[in-house]
Design a binder for this molecule. Structure first.
Ligand code: FAD
Length: 428
């Protein structure tokens, strides 16, 4: 939790339009269960639901509110892919890369299946377009389209030439696009709460405003909050960028970086369909990228400004507006109704980190900015490992990760410098 942040949701568009506000009790007294999950974002909730579906007795303990962290604040862009498969192939061989490729497809499918199975009302809309700012992006799109065709990718893929960009994005900024009709966008907080509701109906228990302050590993695993304890056969740590010093061993492996969003007032139908006529989720290809889409009530949801220094901008909207107006000068007079930020956990090699601490505690963290879909396969893998076996977990647990002694305070300047290097490379 960032110093000074409230235990209630940040004042985001999502919190203002949630289907329901959650108000689960604080953890008090002694509790016993098969598995205790620490953290109620997509990782924790997805794990809880996978476990509840398999009949485990699960307790989830959340420091603030369900979806309070990145899961309730993000761009809502549902994008498949788990990890860079080429990197996995170089290090672990072809069959490992095939496995991560399958995981990349499955993570998106889990989200879609759950929305259907549990009737979750979260504005799921298909259609995603990657946008090109440079000729190198256009070349890469052509290569990716070929790769999709070779791998018999199951969803419609279309390369968009420069002249056709305005059919999808009413801006002069882009020189090409790559459409993926399997991906899309949704209301992330409503998805998170909807999945938690499904798990609770299957018997899982949730405690909110209950920060875990101590973890007891070993033969008799237990987590403590200020007012209660949960004794469990296994512990799953799902605090990602917000876990802080709860498990000091983990904090040096990820760097919490800020990403920021704002929502305009609802736009007129004419303006909304001039800006994004096909209502797709959009991203450019830079390392510090702009990402944007329309909300169900016709607002422009604009995100970007990834900040690796750990410093939050004084005024988020003032900082984001110039990039939005560069792309869409048509929004010069649009009022900004909401502005907010959240933390993502960066893993230096961009590979999510799975591992085990002293026998019965498992963790997953470090999605590095792309987590709506990946957290869902991560939850499945966590449920598999609780059951005793997961090939995927074993593969990822073998990946070596950089440890940055001193945690985020020493690490962030180093990452800021690294990102500067990539930005300069992009400019050149
Ligand atoms: C502004 C923004 C935009 C983004 N846009 C996208 C996007 O469009 N598409 C995409 O795929 N990804 C996006 N991401 C990334 C994505 O949101 C994350 O990767 C994903 O939500 C991580 O989920 P999580 O459950 O692991 O972590 P979180 O959602 O951060 O949840 C962690 C939870 O753990 C709790 N917690 C921590 N410590 C404790 C403790 N000691 N005791 C109890 N509870 C604890 C926290 O309160 C928090 O609720 C974005 C992220 C941000 C911040």
């Amino acid at each position: 939790m960032t110093v000074g942040e409230s235990r209630e949701h940040t004042a985001s568009y999502y919190a203002a339009t949630a289907n329901a506000a959650t108000d689960f009790p604080r953890l008090r007294g002694e509790h016993h269960c098969d598995v205790v999950v620490v953290g109620g974002g997509f990782t924790g909730v997805s794990t809880m639901l996978h476990l509840a579906e398999r009949g485990y007795d699960v307790v989830l303990v959340e420091a603030n509110r369900l979806g309070w962290g990145a899961s309730g604040r993000n761009g809502g862009q549902l994008i498949d892919g788990f990890v860079n498969d080429d990197r996995i192939e170089k290090r672990f061989g072809k069959s490992a890369a095939e496995m991560t490729h399958r995981m990349g497809l499955e993570c998106r499918n889990i989200v879609v299946k759950r929305i259907e199975q549990y009737g979750i009302d979260c504005d799921l809309t298909y259609g995603f377009i990657d946008l090109a700012l440079r000729p190198a992006d256009v070349k890469e799109f052509a290569e990716r389209a070929e790769e999709y065709a070779r791998s018999q990718y199951p969803h419609e893929i279309r390369v968009v030439p420069k002249d056709d960009v305005p059919k999808h994005v009413g801006s002069k900024s882009y020189i090409g696009g790559l459409i993926n009709m399997g991906n899309g966008h949704l209301h992330p907080l409503n998805l998170c709460i909807g999945e938690a509701t499904a798990a609770i109906e299957l018997g899982a228990k949730v405690y909110e405003q209950s920060r875990v302050t101590r973890i007891h590993h070993g033969e008799k695993p237990r987590v403590d909050t200020d007012t209660g304890r949960v004794h469990a056969g296994k512990i799953i740590l799902a605090g990602n960028a917000y876990l802080g010093r709860t498990e000091p061993k983990l904090s040096g492996y990820v760097i919490p970086a800020g990403s920021y969003m704002m929502a305009t007032e609802p736009l007129s139908e004419a303006l909304a369909s001039e800006l994004l006529p096909t209502n797709m989720a959009c991203c450019d290809q830079r390392s510090a990228l702009d990402y944007f889409r329309l909300s169900a009530d016709g607002r422009m949801l604009w995100g970007g400004l990834c900040n690796y220094s750990g410093r939050r901008p004084k005024n988020i909207a003032d900082s984001l507006r110039p990039s939005m107006l560069k792309v869409f000068p048509q929004l010069a007079d649009a009022r900004i109704d909401y502005q907010w930020g959240g933390n993502i956990a960066i893993s230096i090699n961009r590979i999510p980190q799975f591992g085990r601490i002293k026998g019965n505690t498992y963790y997953i963290q470090g999605y590095s900015g792309h987590g709506v879909a990946p957290t869902h396969i991560a939850g499945k893998i966590m449920a598999d490992i609780v059951g005793g076996d997961s090939e995927e977990f074993d593969l990822f647990a073998r990946v070596k990760h950089w440890y940055l002694p001193g945690g985020k305070w020493f690490a962030n300047p180093a990452v800021a410098l690294g990102m500067l290097y990539y930005r300069i490379k992009e400019l050149l």
